[in-house]
Design a protein. Structure first.
Lengths: 139, 739
């Protein structure tokens, strides 16, 4: 999954709060789209994927409200129509991304001064925790 | 612990009354027992009084149904019996006096139980300023419905008879009553026993049904049970109890939602998204469960449900799941000013998801997390015997009914929120620019309309599934049949508000696809538009070209092409008839009544209304009731005069049933206040005149009169040509001439 790898690499390498917020927005949007697609085609994990959509949307919208999030209109248009792999493989890949997202968001929380930024980051991190709990494998 | 129902309380009353009868040998004091009997009869009267029509008007009137008349007459009989019993009672003694005997104690518990039942019925309504009742639960509209009042009347008539036999025993067989108490208790006993007969005869032909009684006895208290968070592990019986509790709490939380939705912080886009997600998951799980039950029903001897009906309900739930899923999808974009993802509804809905999952999947710790994923429970394990199948069916019905209630209230709350402009969409979505939102704008009306149309589809599909499950639950006599009966009774009294021919998920798909597109986005390919749906909308639902273009998110040009391809004539100036809903909602224009001048109005009024006006009463509600009393009195007197004026003795000509039915009405009429004019003519110190009703009944023997039939016709003519004034006659002028 090229887009997943791209966003994960960006999250790993970005060092400014604005970049983390912007990439975090992309990550939540990707998770929301993949969960929506998987909910349509899965047979045994419908509840999992449907439950992942609301926190993904809430995390995305929380980061969008942060004043430090760039309003760059030339951002890549994320479009995910179908993910390849089994439910477990896709969930595993998204779980890794979500864990990284939660860690990076908490990492930049101390670097921002605006209260609105901190609040948005906290809500984003909480949403990421909820998604991680849904998608994480045993252990 | 499950919710207490009216049936539980009445069962306790029955047990205590039976115990009181068995303890008659220990009976000691008539006065104390009469005190408890008075409480019992008063409780029965008040149980009817809150919900039945006013006794005097309905008892005397001719335009009420059999069950309304029976309820009113029984209420009046109970009231009068209570007055009689009150003359024989003693108040309970001071502290230190010996305890009442066992019989009296059980009577006291019986009265307490009936009063508790009254409190349970009252818990569903609040009485506000001016005595206006407002509902506190989804059961409130049923409190005054025909099935409930009919069943309540029969129940209270049974108590009336039992109280009557006890009153007779206290009067004579107990050997304790004084002469005055004996007379009062005897009169009360006669009234109470006769009341039962009055109800039975008044409701001949309206036998009611066992389902009416099931509905009445299944009414729960309005306060929901305490929350029971899911814990590990739970037995199937505990799961059923937990689902029942979560469903009751969800219904209660959903009922409270629309009341102040326009300004409430509890409603929010994220909360609605989570609720819709829960609706989709529960519908999906319930569909899976019903498929399993359908498979099991084909191999289970003595199965209480038909496998084909189970399979049909499973398909209906799949439709409901799809609709909820689409609703959750719209909330990914649409939002509100408030952003809290949690409210009372989402908490209960989440509990319901977990318990339904643990019922359906082979993991007692099941949650939506992928690590708890498990295969479905095998059908033979899910329903090893007919009783277990009924339990699982009941649980599914509880969950789906709660979802249907939630959908209904969500639709109402969304309407309230949209009316005050609290729905928003991201600006960048409407402009077609990707990336994080550049702020939000008020949602365009077309997108709001789609959201409401989609929720109408959600309500319709979920309600249909609930009705199918409810029918099976009633047939199987499952625990939640009262809820199914309530839904059926609610549907019978209120027409479907949310269904529109042609409004299906399929017909909304083009608009759903356009929901997250820029404002100017349109469907441009013919093969993306459902041509049959366009034809139905234009030809059958009489939509205009513009309305069809809006509905299908395309241009008028493409709509025209589709219609021409299907040989549908196009009317450029086709008027759109107003929707049926709007016609029903709009009240008929009331023709302004000319304001009569006060003196003329007074002369046209009956005695009760004239008396009210003389007291300077201006409350229109009271004056209407007074006019109804006068009209009912006139009609009753016409009937009485017609029967009395015949040659044969009137009593022998009347059918026994009608004689008994009219007795209570005459009792009520005798309580009517006398004519103020008659009161003014009465010389000082003369004995009090008889009430007008009885005086009029005695009139035919006092002077020459036209035959009764002609007089009755004259009465009718008089009423048709209002206003009219008859020439003054001597003193004893019948009420029928005062039109």
């Amino acid at each position: 999954m090229g887009l997943l790898e791209t966003i994960r690499e960006q999250l790993d390498t970005t060092d400014t709060p604005a970049a983390v917020l912007a990439t975090g927005w992309d990550a939540f949007e990707l998770i929301q789209q993949v969960a929506t697609a998987q909910a349509q085609r899965t047979t045994g994990s419908y509840a999992t994927w449907m439950s992942a959509i609301p926190p993904a949307c809430e995390g995305r919208d929380a980061l969008a409200r942060a004043p430090s999030t760039p309003r760059n209109s030339s951002r890549q248009d994320l479009r995910v129509t179908e993910a390849t792999g089994t439910d477990d493989e896709i969930a595993g890949g998204l779980a890794v991304l979500t864990a990284l997202l939660a860690r990076r968001l908490r990492g930049v929380a101390s670097d921002v001064s605006a209260a609105a930024d901190r609040q948005a980051i906290e809500r984003g991190a909480a949403a990421a925790d909820e998604i991680l709990e849904l998608l994480r494998a045993e252990g | 612990m499950s919710q207490v129902t009216l049936g539980d309380i009445y069962a306790a009353a029955e047990r205590n009354f039976d115990a009181a009868e068995q303890a008659r040998a220990e009976f000691a004091r008539t006065g104390l027992a009469a005190h408890e009997l008075h409480r019992l009869v008063t409780a029965a009267a008040r149980s009817l009084g809150d919900h039945a029509p006013h006794a005097v008007e309905a008892a005397a009137g001719t335009e009420v149904s059999a069950w309304q008349r029976a309820a009113a007459q029984l209420q009046e009989a109970l009231r009068q019996a209570a007055e009689q019993i009150g003359q024989a009672r003693e108040n309970p003694g001071e502290p230190g006096e010996p305890q009442p005997d066992r019989c009296t104690r059980h009577l006291a518990h019986t009265a307490d139980a009936l009063l508790a039942g009254l409190d349970l019925l009252r818990s569903h309504t609040d009485v506000g300023y001016g005595g206006i009742r407002t509902g506190r639960s989804e059961w409130a509209p049923l409190m005054t419905s025909q099935p409930v009042i009919s069943a309540l009347t029969r129940e209270m008539s049974r108590w009336s008879y039992r109280a009557g036999t006890l009153a007779h025993w206290l009067a004579s067989d107990s050997g304790q009553a004084s002469d005055a108490a004996h007379a009062a208790l005897s009169r009360a006993g006669t009234l109470l026993c006769a009341a039962d007969g009055i109800v039975a005869s008044a409701m001949v032909g309206d036998l009611g049904s066992a389902s009416d009684r099931d509905l009445l006895l299944g009414i729960p208290h309005a306060s929901p049970p305490e929350r029971r968070p899911p814990r590990d592990p739970e037995t199937p019986a505990q799961l059923h109890t937990g689902i029942t509790t979560s469903a009751a709490r969800l219904r209660s939380a959903a009922f409270a939602l629309p009341a102040d939705a326009a300004t409430s912080a509890a409603v929010s886009g994220p909360a609605w998204q989570r609720a819709a997600r829960a609706g989709a998951i529960v519908s999906d799980i319930a569909s899976l469960v019903l498929h399993g039950l359908a498979m099991r029903a084909t191999r289970l001897a003595g199965c209480p449900a038909d496998p084909h009906r189970l399979a049909a309900a499973a398909i209906a739930l799949a439709d409901a799941r799809n609709a909820w899923e689409q609703a959750a999808g719209l909330w990914k974009i649409m939002t509100t000013d408030t952003q809290s993802p949690v409210n009372a509804v989402t908490v209960e809905a989440s509990d319901l998801v977990i318990r339904m999952g643990r019922l359906a999947f082979d993991n007692p710790k099941w949650t939506p997390a992928i690590k708890h994923r498990a295969p479905p429970v095998a059908p033979e394990v899910l329903a090893p015997d007919p009783g277990a199948l009924t339990t699982v069916l009941d649980a599914a019905h509880q969950a789906v009914d709660a979802l249907a209630r939630m959908a209904d209230t969500d639709l109402a709350a969304i309407g309230a929120v949209s009316a005050v402009g609290r729905l928003y969409m991201p600006r960048n979505v409407l402009r077609g620019t990707p990336g994080p939102a550049h702020g939000h704008v008020t949602a365009p009306s077309q997108r709001v309309l789609l959201l409401r149309d989609l929720y109408r589809v959600v309500v319709g599909s979920t309600s249909r599934a609930a009705e199918e499950l409810g029918a099976m639950v009633i047939d199987a006599a499952a625990p939640s049949r009262a809820i199914a009966l309530a839904r059926a009774a609610g549907l019978a009294s209120a027409p479907a508000r949310h269904t529109e021919p042609g409004l299906t998920l399929e017909s909304l798909r083009p608009r759903i696809r356009a929901f997250g597109k820029p404002l100017d986005w349109r469907v441009t390919r013919l093969d993306e538009i459902d041509a049959d749906a366009v034809v139905r909308a234009y030809r059958d639902n009489h939509r205009t070209l513009r309305e069809c273009a809006t509905q299908f998110a395309t241009s008028e040009r493409l709509i025209t092409i589709i219609l021409r391809d299907n040989a549908i004539p196009i009317h450029r100036s086709q008027p759109t008839p107003p929707p049926a809903e709007a016609n029903q909602a709009r009240p008929p224009a009331a023709s302004p009544a000319p304001e009569p001048d006060a003196p003329a109005r007074r002369l046209r009024c009956g005695p009760v209304e004239r008396h009210m006006l003389a007291l300077n009463v201006t409350d229109p509600g009271l004056l209407l009731r007074a006019a109804a009393l006068d009209r009912a009195s006139r009609e009753l007197l016409s009937e009485g005069a017609a029967s009395v004026s015949e040659q044969n003795p009137p009593a022998s000509r009347l059918e026994p049933d009608r004689r008994r039915a009219d007795r209570a009405s005459l009792i009520a009429a005798s309580d009517a206040p006398p004519s103020p004019r008659a009161a003014m003519r009465q010389p000082a110190g003369s004995p009090e005149r008889e009430p007008t009703g009885s005086r009029s009944a005695a009139e035919p023997s006092a002077r020459k009169r036209a035959p009764a039939r002609r007089r009755a016709l004259r009465t009718v003519r008089c009423e048709r040509r209002m206003p009219i004034r008859f020439p003054r006659r001597r003193a004893q002028r019948p009420l029928t001439s005062t039109c």
